[in-house]
Design a protein around this ligand. Structure first.
Ligand SMILES: NC(=O)c1ccc[n+]([C@@H]2O[C@H](COP(=O)([O-])OP(=O)(O)OC[C@H]3O[C@@H](n4cnc5c(N)ncnc54)[C@H](OP(=O)(O)O)[C@@H]3O)[C@@H](O)[C@H]2O)c1
Length: 319
């Protein structure tokens, strides 16, 4: 496992990290706390040092699970959480942070993200609260998630953030155009979410897949009828590379993300220890330059035809 410095901070992150959204249950058709805790322990006992959660995941449940799993292991990990859109007013940011600290049973958060931009609250107001939290030692570093380049520029005028958290995978590459160059220029780290395109790139889905009750993936753009089938072809296209390296398609997809310029870590979600074990195999080896180029072409069969959606979860087209 490689460890990469996050921006200009003194924090280094494992190239693969664990995402704990699924552990909240909501959106994902449920979760099992025991399995979630086992998944986090499996991750941190095997070289993953970065655990990502948010107050909104399962309305606190994910943070509670993280707290339970990391009891006695706090010093081994870098924890990130996020303040939700509805808590971006100055005073609310402090309350939200206190809530997250309490649920996780810790007295500091290593990386605290603003989860989404919010047109109704001036970024100066939210960033000022984040900077004050940092001064107080409640958080170590500030991160932004789902911000455009212009929004990042505005935030940087208020204060320094060391990392961003955008969506990035072989099937979702919008950040390459302007966000990655901005981060490289300003030495800001990038932790990529949904690197498996929420499971598509593992190759486990079939055209007629029946998502269980409460699993909302079926409603997001990549899973829409017509496009979903094309995404499955991309996953299928990874098979020869997986076979050549004795890997799985998901491991190839993760390795592709961590090979891309500017990427500090791929945040891979997992609902149990078996998934974590498989995802860990995305590290410790490298696809060749030639293979990266070929895989790039495979992914472009989808991404070259993808309209610019507002984000991974919205069907609103913005460009
Ligand atoms: N900042 C943001 O706005 C934002 C947005 C999204 C995600 N995130 C963060 O990024 C993390 C990762 O993103 P994500 O969870 O959306 O997508 P992902 O990492 O691409 O996919 C994770 C999901 O794929 C399935 N999976 C994972 N490993 C597998 C394996 N080895 N074999 C088969 N299936 C496997 C699991 O779901 P099933 O078992 O149910 O199929 C798992 O929940 C999240 O947990 C969260 O921490 C942040």
């Amino acid at each position: 496992m490689e460890y990469r410095r996050m921006g200009r901070s003194d924090i280094s992150l494992s190239e693969i990290s664990i995402g704990c959204w699924v552990m909240g249950g909501d959106y994902w058709g449920g979760a099992d706390d025991k399995e979630s805790i086992e998944a986090i322990i499996e991750a941190v006992e095997n070289g993953i040092n970065f655990v990502d959660t948010a107050e909104v995941y399962g309305r606190g449940r994910s943070e509670e699970v993280v707290g339970k799993a990391l009891k006695g292991r706090r010093d081994k990990v870098i924890i990130s959480s996020k303040v939700w859109k509805s808590n971006m007013r100055y005073k609310d940011v402090f309350k939200a942070c206190e809530g997250s600290l309490k649920r996780m049973g810790t007295d500091y958060i290593d990386v605290y993200f603003i989860h989404y931009p919010n047109d109704e609250v001036d970024i100066e107001e939210t960033m000022s609260a984040m900077l004050e939290l940092k001064k107080q030692g409640k958080i170590r570093e500030i991160g932004l998630s789902n911000f455009s380049r212009e929004q990042m520029e505005e935030a940087l005028n208020v204060g320094r953030f060391e990392v961003i958290q955008p969506c990035y995978s072989l099937l979702w590459r919008f950040i390459e155009e302007d966000i990655v160059p901005f981060c490289l220029e300003h030495e800001i780290g990038i932790v990529a979410y949904s690197p498996l395109a929420q499971g598509i790139l593992t190759g486990k889905f079939t055209k007629d897949w029946k998502f269980r009750e409460g699993d909302e993936r079926k409603n997001v753009p990549l899973f829409a009828k017509g496009r979903f089938e094309k995404c499955l072809e991309v996953a299928e296209g990874l098979k020869p590379y997986a076979q050549r390296h004795g890997k799985t398609q998901g491991q190839v997809a993760i390795n592709w993300v961590t090979s891309m310029p500017g990427i500090t870590s791929a945040i891979v979600g997992a609902r149990n220890a078996a998934q974590v074990r498989e995802n860990l195999g995305g590290a410790g080896w490298r696809l060749s330059k030639e293979e990266l180029k070929e895989i790039d072409k495979i992914g472009r069969q989808v991404t070259d035809h993808l309209p610019k959606f507002e984000n991974f979860f919205s069907h609103r087209i913005i460009g």
